[in-house]
Design a protein around this ligand. Structure first.
Ligand SMILES: O=P(O)(O)OC[C@H]1O[C@H](O)[C@H](O)[C@@H](O)[C@@H]1O
Length: 285
């Protein structure tokens, strides 16, 4: 399907549709996926009702691509500049799209390294379950070594924050961003009864899942290339502090973000490419 202009905000996007009827919307700005819906039209990703669709601002929800920096792990602005930059469309089919950011090195004075960042989104199906796959590849097109951290900052839509548990992280070491990066060890499932902002280190590529007892649904998170996974819910005070996020919206979302974070930064020699991916599987009740 061709690039269309979203009439509500004037921004260019692609609407992907799987054979089974699942839909994803991908903006050229940031190669930012803003929605993923199953064939019944149910939202599987969260995007804030107060999201601001005005470049260069990043969109609050979906999957911001954090590159070449995750969070504050470096000198750049929060989460790097890819999410604030328009990508070009390389290729598309009905159910997939590939976008590229060809950075020349003058995008941010703190990151004078040319690179190409490719983001591919593919809708699929596993039995009855819709799947969402996102692959990123970063190629160092310059003549100096570059280092980076990164994340696919995925916002999941859930029935209610008190209904969800994240399994598959039992025993995994994490750094707690709310405790100055203190190292801790996860015991059992992650549940949410306060703000959570953690970088889980060396997370297994499969086995992490969100179980939602309100809907009976399960999201499986599979990843490759990204060693870490960030888990985030802003809770009350941070929700109130964010202009592009409703005060109550922390109740209907959580983020699990495959990342090169605490295990990074990664270094790329001239000409070298790194790639990472995530596949999300939505199993309805
Ligand atoms: O508000 P943003 O820049 O989009 O960041 C939103 C959140 O992203 C990540 O999950 C970080 O770990 C959090 O510390 C941060 O608050």
């Amino acid at each position: 399907m061709p690039v269309v202009v979203d009439e509500s905000n004037g921004m260019e996007k692609l609407v992907l549709k799987s054979e089974q009827g699942a839909i994803a919307e991908v903006y050229l700005h940031g190669a930012h996926v803003v929605s993923w819906q199953d064939a019944t039209g149910k939202d599987l990703m969260f995007t804030s009702k107060q999201a601001i669709f005005k470049p260069p601002k990043a969109i609050r929800g979906g999957v911001p691509v954090c590159f070449p920096q995750f969070g504050q792990l470096g000198p750049l602005g929060q989460h790097g500049f890819a999410r604030n930059t328009k990508f070009d469309l390389l290729q598309e089919t009905a159910d997939s799209a590939t976008l590229v950011l060809k950075a020349v090195g003058d995008e941010d004075e703190k990151y004078p390294y040319p690179f190409e960042l490719t983001v591919r989104v593919q809708l699929g199906q596993q039995g009855d379950a819709p799947t969402f796959t996102q692959e990123v590849a970063a190629n160092n097109t310059g003549s100096e070594e570059m280092s980076f951290t990164a994340a696919l900052h995925t916002y999941f839509k859930i029935s209610a924050i008190g209904n969800v548990a994240v399994s598959g992280l039992d025993g995994v070491t994490y750094t707690d961003s709310l405790q100055g990066g203190q190292r801790m060890q996860q015991s059992g499932d992650v549940i949410f009864d306060q703000e959570v902002d953690r970088i889980y280190l060396a997370v297994p590529d499969s086995g992490v899942q969100i179980s939602d007892s309100g809907s009976g649904a399960v999201f499986e998170v599979h990843k490759a290339g990204f060693p870490d996974a960030v888990v985030w819910n802003p809770w009350v005070a941070k929700a109130q502090a964010m202009a592009d996020f409703g005060d109550e919206e922390y109740k209907e979302m959580l983020c699990i973000e495959p990342a090169v974070a605490g295990s990074g930064p990664y270094k790329l020699a001239p000409g070298q490419t790194w790639s990472g991916s995530q596949t999300l599987v939505y199993k309805a009740a």
